[in-house]
Design a protein around this ligand. Structure first.
Ligand SMILES: [Zn+2]
Length: 705
């Protein structure tokens, strides 16, 4: 999920090039000769000093390529100009990927600090390149007559990125732009740090107040010396309380703490980002940051974002209203005569509906999802789907002993490598993401990437049973990994996920759908004790229960997208985060904002994504539309998957993602498939587990609209 954070850095790095230097190049050359000798990234087991040398060697190699490019006399060609430019990209990317990975996963805090400092150093070098007029003019002077379309697209796109960075402005303006960019980097990291630093907590007087929570949760929360039980705002602590605690007062109290993290500190930091970004946009010649920020994306303009939000609202609202009626019916059982639902209640009420209407308890699926089987199942599914073979390299050195190294083969030929870093440890990045290690460059460098997740490690007496949502996220991240692995191009700058950044989540969101297929689940979801396959009826109930709430979810995401857009689509003088946030909640959501909350202060994406939070939903629309080209009854059928691999994944960033979509669908994406996805729980209503009274309530509400 956290790819977006990476994307923003990638974007900087992309404009901003090799060096594991000779060693990597030699390995690449050998790979090109059909030999699979590219050593795993950690084969030299670098200590901090060796890591810093690797990184500095890459930065120096990039500088040599800049010098080489600038020194060319006479006609500029792809060979004498684009080749050294792409080498700069490759070196900066390689350095940035590795430092970013290690700052998130290395077990040693001092190593992580060194990696963090290195990420800033690479970022500064790439930002300086983005404003280098000599390099820009050299690229602009390349004779593109007769060159292939991917190369032509690469050059044109880089020129656009340079212009958006302000490369063609005068010296004083470029100095100002650099100041603003540096300021923005500081503000963004302050915004993130304020969120992670502000872990809040509350205490309850006894376990009786935790009534409704699972036993393992209560066991893990013993009273302290003062007899009180501490609950923090960390996700694994907070979400079970919000979902299961019977005490309305406790849920409300915790939600107020949760939605006030980083407030009021981040209000000022956010306004600093809003002002800084507006000034950048104005200097480049745009009327708002939202419009400027959309210029190199699929969506193209602020106006298009605005109309996308309205289309989504129209698609989701009717279903969200039906869901709201079910939630309200549960609330009225608890509070007869209740007229509204506050957002702090939504997790709890949703769980009540899942149980009463869908006869589904998420703990009933866990025994079928032991860690080892799931891991192998995800790998086997992806291998089968994309016609690949994965072979583990036993004993390959990595930054932590738990990390697995896997080689990817296509018809016997090694085409990439991935690492699985799946278990939590202190100081490690705590969510789930795919993070790249090396760009795939045809004939030169194999793509490499890492899946960074946090699943409980199996132990002798515990098979590490996984939650349904964790397995969905595993498929999601594997979608990113396959995209990265299968999209090697001639140039580093157009390989992998280098296309418009609002396409990056589509392939991963699409693969989530494979988790819903009884056919796919039957291949690996087997009871950890009895080896019995997951019952079809349970899968059906699980899918219906999972579908419940999608309309509400889309409205909620739309409200966040509108907040991200509205904050950055106006002059800063008129921006009041509290007023905008409340107005967007009111406009887009059916439930009521809990008074006294300031959710924007801890909404980290306002930093990295800025005005482009719509991306998740934009890609969801595309992902669901993509699935229509597969056979839902046989998601493992080879032909559609092969076509998808060839048309959508393999081109990487060698053409516009708008063209990738059109080439696969035969048209641009539309809302039809998403609309179907949103209403699945009602479309499947005619089953034995559906309770007619609830339907009657829903129909009444519908007529009342
Ligand atoms: Zn993702």
């Amino acid at each position: 999920m956290v790819l977006e954070k990476k994307m923003s850095i990638l974007k900087t790095l992309r404009v901003a090039a090799t060096g594991a230097g000779c060693a990597a190049w030699l390995a690449g050359a050998l790979a090109a000769a059909g030999q699979t000798t590219q050593a795993p990234v950690w084969s030299s087991k670098p200590d901090i000093k060796a890591f810093e040398k690797m990184e500095n060697d890459r930065l120096e190699a990039a500088q040599r390529s800049i010098d080489q490019l600038l020194a060319v006399k006479g006609q500029r060609t792809t060979e004498n100009t684009l080749a050294p430019y792409d080498e700069i990209v490759r070196q900066y990317n390689s350095a940035g990927y590795l430092s970013l990975l290690l700052q998130q996963v290395h077990p040693d805090a001092a190593y992580r600090d060194s990696a963090t400092a290195m990420t800033s150093k690479v970022g500064a070098a790439s930002a300086a390149l983005a404003l280098n007029q000599g390099v820009y003019k050299a690229l602009a002077a390349i004779d593109l007559t007769g060159v292939d379309s991917a190369t032509k697209y690469y050059v044109q796109r880089q020129l656009l990125e340079f212009r958006l960075a302000g490369v063609d402005k005068d010296d004083a303006t470029r100095v100002r732009l650099k100041e603003l960019q540096d300021k923005l980097v500081d503000l963004q990291s302050a915004f993130d740090r304020n969120i992670s630093d502000d872990q809040r907590s509350l205490t309850v007087d006894s376990a009786a107040e935790l009534d409704g929570l699972p036993k393992d949760y209560i066991d893990a929360h013993k009273p302290g010396p003062d007899g009180k039980i501490k609950i923090t705002t960390n996700y694994p602590d907070a979400f079970p309380v919000l979902t299961f605690a019977k005490s309305d007062a406790l849920r409300k109290r915790l939600y107020l703490e949760f939605e006030n993290r980083a407030f009021p500190k981040n209000r000022d930091v956010l306004m600093g980002m809003v002002r800084t970004r507006y000034e950048i946009a104005k200097i480049i010649g745009y009327s708002s940051w939202a419009d400027y920020n959309a210029a190199d994306r699929m969506i193209g303009s602020a106006k298009n974002i605005s109309s996308f939000l309205q289309q989504l609202d129209a698609a989701a609202r009717p279903v969200a209203k039906r869901e709201y009626a079910l939630l309200m019916a549960e609330k009225q059982k608890l509070q007869p005569g209740a007229k509204e639902i506050f957002d702090y209640e939504s997790f709890y009420l949703r769980e009540l509906v899942r149980r009463s209407q869908f006869d589904f308890d998420s703990s009933s699926v866990r025994p079928y999802l032991p860690y080892q089987r799931v891991k192998q199942g995800v790998l086997d599914t992806a291998a089968k789907l994309f016609g690949l073979t994965f072979k583990q390299e036993p004993g390959a050195p990595a930054w932590d002993p738990s990390v697995e190294t896997w080689d990817v083969f296509d018809q016997g030929k090694m085409i990439g490598r991935f690492y699985l870093d799946l278990q939590p440890r202190p100081g490690k990045f705590s969510h789930a993401e795919m993070t790249p290690v090396l760009d795939g460059i045809r004939g030169k460098q194999l793509p490499e990437a890492v899946l960074v997740c946090n699943y409980a490690a199996p132990k002798a007496d515990d098979p590490g049973l996984m939650d349904y949502d964790d397995v969905v996220s595993f498929f999601h991240e594997f979608g990113h990994l396959m995209h990265w692995t299968l999209s090697a191009q001639r140039w580093a700058g157009i390989s992998g996920i280098s296309m418009e950044s609002d396409f990056g989540e589509a392939p991963s969101e699409m693969l989530e759908e494979w988790m819903h297929s009884p056919q796919v689940l039957a291949t690996f979801a087997k009871h950890y004790k009895t080896n019995e396959g997951i019952p079809g009826a349970l899968v059906a109930r699980m899918n219906r229960a999972d579908a419940f709430g999608r309309g509400t979810w889309v409205l909620g995401q739309n409200s966040f997208s509108a907040l991200s857009f509205d904050l950055y689509n106006a002059k800063p003088e008129g921006v009041d985060p509290d007023a905008i946030s409340l107005a967007d909640d009111k406009k887009y959501m059916l439930r009521v904002t809990t008074p006294g909350t300031h959710a924007y202060a801890s909404f980290g994406h306002l930093g990295g994504y800025s005005s482009a939070y719509y991306t998740y939903l934009w890609d969801k629309v595309i992902a669901e539309d993509f699935v229509t080209k597969f056979d839902r009854a046989n998601l493992l059928a080879p032909q559609p998957a092969a076509r998808y691999r060839k048309i959508v994944l393999e081109p990487g960033g060698s053409m516009s993602a708008n063209d990738l979509v059109k080439n696969f669908l035969g048209r641009a994406q539309n809302m039809d498939a998403l609309q179907h996805w949103i209403s699945e729980e009602f479309e499947q209503a005619a089953t034995a587990t559906w309770h007619p009274p609830a339907i009657a309530a829903v129909i009444q509400i519908q007529r009342a609209q």
